[in-house]
Ligand binder design. Sequence first.
Ligand code: PMP
Length: 361
Amino acid sequence: MYIYLDNAATTRQHPAVTDVMAKTASEDFFNSSALYPPSVVVKNKIQVAREVILKKLGGNSGDLVFTSGATESNNMVIFGKATKRTRILCLEGEHSSVYAPVKYLKDNGYDITIIPLQSDGRANLGDIRGVYDLVLFGLVNSDTGTIQDAKAIVQSLRRSFPKAHIHCDATQAFCKIPFNVVELDLDSASISGHKICGPKGIGALYLKKGVHLDPIMLGGGQQPIRPGTENNPAVLGFAKAVEVFNTNENFAHVSALHAHLIKSLPQGVTVNGINNNPYITNLQLSGRVLGQTVLNALAIDGILVGLGSACSGSNKSRTLSAMGISDQRAKQVLRISFCPENTAAEVDNFISKLSEILKKF
Ligand code: PMP
């Protein structure tokens, strides 16, 4: 058995999700666009799933488009909105599924502004003022867990340019940190199933009512801007994951784990960023030891931790660089990310192994 502390990379699927998916695959396998009664049943179940997820987002009046994950959702917004006239703003340290498309557009002559982060991992609101048509920011940073002040970011933008399309990558926040897409006045938001004990390969894009995007794929008419036969098991599994994820209870449990982790850290280990989110903690190691070396040593004992966003592979974290952390120090980090299944005993085990390993360096 592993001690799994890399839940920002992905989570173990909840058994209730697996049950729904198996049942759907064998009983509700029909194409939701076919015209006989069992297909209508499937279509209705997909609509119920959509409403469950929309309700959790607080976006009852908006629409929800199912996608293959948050990577696709982010790309849909960026390529569905960008024209040569679109002025785009994004934060340095965004997830690669936002940063890479934006960088691609920048390299192709589009008008892109990428703003740095403060040393605590948050955006400086003073940098955000300006005239933009499309603004992209992550609510929770996947490397440091830092929660951006979304309300302040949106309000400051709306003051100078009320018509900007404001997109939030809420992948690491959804279900974990309470937020409401309508109260925040977002035009769109990306979410993903596998970060909340749901299935992989399913995500969604929330769209405020009346917001238009050009489709990035053309095909059938299942979902107006996202063609392709719906993945019934994954859609229904995603909604089940949302139903069983108890935001308040889980937040309280994970907050206690986080507090325990922080108070038990071995000497010389500190935390990067403001760390205002108990789910993700970025640990800075001292001396010369590399995060990768410690990760490998922990894995021998079955303790699995991350270095940062799994999507960056072995590349150094842009987030840490944007916070002013040197390349050398950025290689000396571990990312610990919790899920509701984790226990205090697992944290103790991690801390005692970490202390043992660090003593050798
Ligand atoms: N945005 C953020 C902040 C993420 O952490 C991730 C997953 N690492 C994604 C987007 C991409 O999500 P998916 O794996 O569903 O494509």
